[in-house]
Design a protein around this ligand. Structure first.
Ligand code: RM4
Ligand code: MN
Length: 388
């Protein structure tokens, strides 16, 4: 086992998992938004919190922003502030789900004025990306209908294609449009981008720099997500991940808590498909944000779980697996796969961290650092969040 881990240690180098700014703000359920002691009062405080995750794990060098939640007057200044606290500004997420105008749609709306307003919001996001140095514009749309007959579903696809075209054409040469899908919610009858196939059809029509975002919480229960990963890799359209855990729907729980084996299977497909490592441009992000645990430790646990399952997935003896698959040796193939999954890499990862000047146990190190007590005592009345 030691030798096996030694063989993969270098492959863990440079792993980067982006954390979302909204993970540090207040969040809630459909029924209430909960305040948490120490909630950031400004975007800068969210970045400072995110920097703690990176400081203790070495895994989270960038922070995704949400516009308008993270709007500021001076993005150059924000970029410098991020660098000062030790992180980079990452993906820009557009938000068209909190404006009365968008009740019946944004990029798909029948009213040209409202559609244009939503397009303009994305163009503003692209401008912000120039100042923040962000590569990706991530688009998640809360659009659909609740009742059969309510909307022209096909017409909405056409309008979506047209709106996305206008947005895509404004991107810089090094920028990408990443289209996220979600099965349902807030709409319950039909959703305009409900699945990877629809996202694929839309981004394929746009061009090379349009790709798909796979949020692990956005599928029907029982969906084989690693199959979707394999398919998108084949098509060259896997753009990014939003990692989180779910038991039922879009639960946004700590990554790897509901189904660590699924996380392992997803990461294994990424690794064997070339979607992991320095040569891959797939963005690994968290979209995990809950309200019963403390925010920073929640993010720390999430990135550590991704790292742990990555290490286990790297341990799969791929040559032996291929051989067993080709020989039709079903049980051996499954055994090889499970052997890696059941390998406890935690002591090895602790040593690996120490060798790199990181705390062996990032969670304990954070809890002992005094940062949590400091923010809880000093930040009074913070409500930075999306859901306020
Ligand atoms: C959505 C989706 C997006 C995220 C928002 C906050 O459900 O997952 O990725 O930006 O929530
Ligand atoms: Mn998401």
């Amino acid at each position: 086992m030691t030798t096996c881990f030694d063989g993969i240690a270098a492959l863990l180098e440079g792993q980067a998992i982006e954390v979302p700014s909204w993970a540090y703000g207040n969040s809630g359920t459909r029924f209430k938004t909960f305040g948490t002691p120490g909630t950031p009062r400004t975007v800068e405080e969210k970045l400072a919190d995110a920097a703690q995750v990176h400081r203790f794990t070495g895994l989270a060098p960038s922070v995704g922003l949400h516009i308008p939640w993270d709007k500021v007057d001076d993005y150059d200044k924000l970029r410098r502030y991020a660098e000062d606290v030790g992180v980079r500004l990452g993906t820009i997420n557009s938000n068209t789900f909190q404006d009365d105008d968008y009740r019946l749609g944004a990029l798909t709306h029948t009213d040209r004025r409202i559609r244009q307003k939503a397009i303009d919001h994305h163009l503003e996001c692209i401008e912000i990306m120039g100042a923040t140095g962000s590569r990706d514009l991530k688009v998640w749309l809360a659009e659909g209908s609740n009742y059969p007959g309510q909307a022209d579903m096909r017409g909405r696809q056409d309008r979506l294609a047209e709106s996305l075209r206008t947005i895509y054409d404004r991107l810089g040469d090094d920028q990408r449009l990443v289209l996220e899908y979600k099965l349902f919610e807030p709409a319950f009858y039909h959703t305009d981008v409900p699945d990877w196939g629809t996202s694929y059809v839309q981004v394929a029509a746009l061009g090379e720099r349009a790709v798909v975002c796979l949020d692990t919480g956005h599928h029907a229960p029982g969906t084989n997500i690693e199959f979707i990963v394999a398919q998108l890799i084949r098509l060259g359209k896997l753009g990014s991940f939003d990692f989180n855990s779910r038991f039922y729907a879009d639960d946004d729980l700590i990554v790897g808590t509901a189904d660590p084996f699924q996380l392992f299977r997803i990461l294994f497909e990424c690794i064997r498909g070339g979607a992991y490592g320095p040569d891959s441009d797939v963005a690994y992000m968290l979209d995990q944000c809950h309200n019963i645990e403390k925010k920073i430790p929640g993010q720390i646990r999430s990135v550590l779980n991704v790292q742990e399952m990555t290490a286990r997935a790297l341990l799969v003896d791929r040559d032996a697996l291929t051989q067993a698959q080709e020989d039709g040796d079903i049980l051996l193939a499954n055994e090889i796969f499970m052997d890696a999954f059941y390998t406890d890499v935690r002591p090895h990862l602790a040593a690996w961290r120490e060798e790199r000047g990181l705390p062996a146990d990032p969670m304990r190190a954070y809890l002992a650092s005094g940062y949590q007590e400091h923010i809880e005592a000093n930040r009074i009345g913070g409500t930075q969040a999306g859901w306020n």
